[in-house]
Write a protein that binds this ligand. Structure first.
Ligand SMILES: Cc1cc2nc3c(=O)[nH]c(=O)nc-3n(C[C@H](O)[C@H](O)[C@H](O)COP(=O)(O)OP(=O)(O)OC[C@H]3O[C@@H](n4cnc5c(N)ncnc54)[C@H](O)[C@@H]3O)c2cc1C
Length: 437
């Protein structure tokens, strides 16, 4: 590795704010920055990361950690702060505030990553340029596209822009989470909370069942004549099925009802009615419809969504490079998953590390790791204190060019415990620290 070693590059940055933001050769054309490298040694390249969620933030952090001054890293996120979806169901139960799940990007700035609050409007993969809403156009050597998911609202008749103001998904933590909590608080005792689940794959397989359980806990304690209805397009509960069913039977009998094979076809927002592919209309006071999901809009707009009926982005699992665009890496919820790979924050964090290591290696001219591993743990709260988990380890199988779960790895809880609730909170603190600082 000695011939690849790089001396730290010293810079004089006129703008103190940009220095704090880790400004680098990115923005070199901007009037706000003047830079004069005192020692120009070997630069390996500039990597632009789109999306500062679990995947993108982690990739940016590890690109900088492992690439050092040789790689300029710029992270662009349209929101001002990171808001965690994991634990956001606790906001619906009234056990956390959204502020508890909201974190700044200052840790990444301190680590030397140029972290900008802006929206990426377009990516030209051939010309290696990115256009933003506010910033000047930037060039890149590699780009990491990690925009999470977006929704196919058109698949649900009647779920137009107006209806979306009342019928929320709250599947991106933030204002919708807070508003859904407000709807639950306003719901009269005796009301019905209906949550619909799209066909897999969707973001966070156990998330809807966790949500239903936590909401049932809130209603049991505060509005005991109310009901939770889970209307699932899938054949059966898609994650931790026996555990969730046991909890529902033991803890929420008479409050929570699960109905499989109910695929939403239409909603009537004014009447509070959901229609399905089976002959059964459901009327509810609070409707929480999770529409079918697909890769984040910017990935689709860039034409990276080549798989899964054009919903997801195909990647080479060794380096997360798009299978349709060279030097464009896609990770997190936007990708076409390997068998048994969940769309989760933990998994996106794992993708971020594998992709970062591969990009640093490739820019350095080193071979990439031919056998990467990924891990995943998903905790689900079933009430304010108790949680259950599912865990897995995934290895790259070269012969099949995919990840597969390692036989005998991981597993599920034997049952909900308060200790697992403590572990779940620790898991969250640890992954936030790993991704954001
Ligand atoms: C209720 C709920 C509970 C969950 N619980 C868990 C859990 O317990 N454990 C777990 O591991 N996972 C959990 N998840 C899943 C987890 O949140 C996602 O899998 C994870 O966020 C995916 O990471 P990502 O980086 O792909 O996307 P995200 O984290 O959504 O990040 C994408 C980012 O890209 C930004 N962005 C998109 N487009 C642009 C653009 N054009 N310009 C600039 N920025 C852009 C977005 O603003 C966003 O910040 C849960 C999800 C939900 C909804």
């Amino acid at each position: 590795m000695s011939d690849q070693s790089v001396q730290p590059q010293r810079r004089r940055l006129v703008g103190a704010a940009l220095a704090a933001a880790g400004a680098s050769s990115f923005l070199a054309g901007c009037a706000t920055e003047q830079q004069a490298p005192a020692v120009v040694t070997r630069k390996l390249g500039r990597v632009l990361v789109v999306g500062g969620g679990y995947g993108g933030a982690t990739a940016a952090k590890y690109l900088k950690k492992w690439g050092g001054d040789a790689i300029d890293v710029m992270l662009v996120e349209r929101e001002r702060a990171f808001v965690s979806c994991p634990l956001s169901n606790l906001v619906l139960g009234g056990h956390r505030k959204i502020e508890d799940l909201t974190m700044s990007y200052d840790g990444l700035r301190r680590a030397g990553i140029l972290t900008m609050n802006d929206e990426v409007l377009s990516i030209d993969a051939a010309k290696r340029t990115v256009a933003f809403q506010k910033l000047a156009t930037q060039t890149f050597d590699r780009i990491v596209v990690a925009p999470g998911i977006d929704f196919n609202f058109g698949a649900v008749q009647g779920l137009n822009a107006d209806a979306q103001k009342r019928i929320l998904h709250a599947w991106k933590a933030g204002p919708q989470t807070v508003e859904l909590r407000r709807q639950l608080e306003a719901m009269p005792d005796g009301g019905v909370f209906a949550i619909t689940i799209p066909e897999a794959p969707y973001r966070c397989p156990p998330g809807p069942y966790e949500r239903a359980s936590v909401v049932a806990g809130y209603l049991k304690a505060n509005k005991p004549r109310s009901k939770v209805l889970i209307l699932d397009a899938n054949q059966d509960v898609t994650s931790k099925g026996p555990l969730f069913k046991r909890v529902w039977n033991e803890q929420y009998k008479g409050i929570l009802e699960y109905r499989a094979q109910h695929k939403v076809t239409a909603v009537d927002a004014k009447a509070g009615v959901i229609k399905f592919d089976v002959q059964e209309d459901v009327k509810a006071q609070v409707l929480n419809v999770l529409p079918p999901m697909r890769a984040g809009a910017i990935a689709v707009q860039t034409g990276l969504n080549n798989l899964g009926s054009n919903r997801w982005c195909g990647v080479n699992y060794l380096n997360f490079e798009s299978t349709v665009a060279k030097d464009v890496h896609v990770l997190g919820d936007s990708i076409q998953i390997a068998p048994a790979m969940p769309k989760s924050g933990h998994m996106a964090n794992s993708h971020g590390k594998v992709a970062a290591a591969a990009i640093v290696a490739e820019l350095s001219g080193w071979p990439i790791n031919p056998a990467p591993m990924l891990t995943n743990t998903c905790y689900s709260f079933i009430d304010p204190k108790m949680a259950i988990h599912v865990a897995s380890v995934h290895e790259y199988v070269a012969a099949e060019k995919t990840f597969k779960t390692v036989a005998g790895s991981g597993g599920v809880s034997t049952g909900p415990t308060e200790l697992e609730g403590v572990y779940a909170l620790s898991w969250a603190s640890n992954i936030w620290a790993d991704s954001l600082s």
